[in-house]
Design a binder for this molecule. Structure first.
Ligand code: ATP
Ligand code: FE
Length: 370
């Protein structure tokens, strides 16, 4: 079964072709980062216009790269939500029109479920996650620690009380004016910390002249995330210096911020595992997905964290490859696959769901935290 999928929930215009035997035939992502640079976030009107401009060619390219005619497609999938309503509608209209014109079935997909299920496409079959597993979905719009008991059944253990980790990575990166990176400002921050400032500037470190904000773990001991604290700590620090800091200081801020942002995930993850243990829920896998999961420093830290939090029982860490952590239509195609195969498809009149909790996919599941 061959699915053509489109995704346009935020600022990337994506189209892809994936088959039921787990082949990714194409994966087209048209980024629009630079359009939003001056707004300090995604500007909906700008994003909608860019999706409208880019979607037709993204679909055309996805078919070309897959070496398929549109008539070879067996089903069309799209992101039904959550996301920016106007952005979602561009992908939805493209998908509905294609499906109707081709007289093929249509499936609307939950964007976060798609992030969570990506590893089922990219992991070798003998290493696939087993239910129940924990999943950490860390992206531009979400910071979620979930318990997954089936492909549609997710319960929230922790979510952010304010901003998302990805958005704050972007904001701190922009505040520090870090070098432009094709993968966006969050990835620019990771690269800046990894490669550091020129060696001669590090002399200042040796002489103990380190200047940078201190970060602490918010709501320690509670199953909740908060990223406004680290965000405003950087903002205050820079503001007090009129925004002018040298490269060594920028390096120190970026690296401490990254450590704190990940440190918070580690603390909450350990709490989540403890909560599962208390409920006699055996966890053997942690699935980490969403744009921030492409961060390699984070991948290393989470491995160490799992070994420490669960010394006697090995918990496998599962990540999609970095390129499938950020938004893409491959994950939308894959999340739709079982529904196509089961004949559980949507009407062409299906509505968008701009706000849509992942728990609502299957509300009959047990309430873990009760
Ligand atoms: P959501 O999935 O919640 O709707 P989104 O689709 O906008 O939000 P994604 O594309 O999944 O988000 O992820 C984008 C986010 O990932 C951005 O905020 C970006 O900063 C972050 N990100 C990408 N690469 C890295 C990296 N290497 N390190 C840290 N953050 C990163
Ligand atoms: Fe996303």
């Amino acid at each position: 079964f061959t699915v053509l999928a489109v995704e346009s929930s935020a600022d990337d215009t994506c189209a892809a072709v994936v088959t039921s035997d787990r082949q990714i035939l194409s994966n087209v992502v048209v980024r629009q980062d630079n359009y939003h640079e001056s707004f300090g976030g995604i500007h909906p009107y700008v994003a909608i216009k860019a999706h409208q401009r880019n979607m037709p060619n993204a679909v055309k390219k996805a078919l070309e790269e897959a070496n398929l005619a549109v008539s070879d497609v067996d089903g069309v999938a799209f992101t039904q939500g959550p996301g920016i309503a106007g952005c979602l509608s561009v992908g939805a209209n493209a998908a509905k029109t294609l499906a109707a014109a081709l007289n093929k079935p249509l499936v609307g997909v939950h964007h976060m479920q798609a992030h969570a299920l990506t590893p089922f496409l990219t992991t070798p079959t003998e290493e696939l996650p087993q239910y129940p597993f924990l999943t950490l979905l860390i992206s531009g719009g979400h910071t979620l620690l979930l318990l997954a008991t089936s492909p549609r059944t997710f319960r929230t253990l922790a979510t952010t009380v304010d901003e998302s980790i990805g958005r704050v990575f972007d904001k701190v990166s922009r505040m520090l004016s870090l070098p432009w990176n094709t993968h966006g400002p969050g990835a620019a921050l990771e690269a800046f910390v990894k490669f550091g400032p020129p060696a001669e500037q590090l002399v200042a470190h040796a002489e103990g002249q380190i200047e940078a904000p201190e970060f602490s773990i918010p709501m320690r001991g509670r199953l909740a995330f908060s990223y406004t604290g680290p965000h405003s700590a950087v903002e205050r620090f820079l503001h007090a210096r009129g925004g002018i800091v040298n490269d060594t200081t920028r390096y120190e801020i970026a690296s401490r911020f990254q450590r704190a942002a990940v440190g918070q995930l580690e603390e909450k993850l350990a709490l989540g595992l403890e909560a599962c243990r208390q409920k006699d829920t055996q966890i053997r896998h942690l699935v980490v997905s969403g744009g921030v999961a492409s961060n390699l420093f984070l991948r290393e830290r989470l491995r160490v964290c799992l070994d420490k939090a669960s010394p006697n029982v090995h918990i496998s860490l599962v990540f999609p490859p970095p390129s499938l952590c950020t938004d893409n239509a491959v994950m939308i195609a894959w999340a739709s696959m079982s529904r196509f195969l089961n004949g559980d498809t949507d009407d062409y009149t299906i509505d968008l769901r701009s706000k849509w909790s992942i728990e609502e996919l299957d509300s009959s599941g047990p309430d873990f935290l009760e």
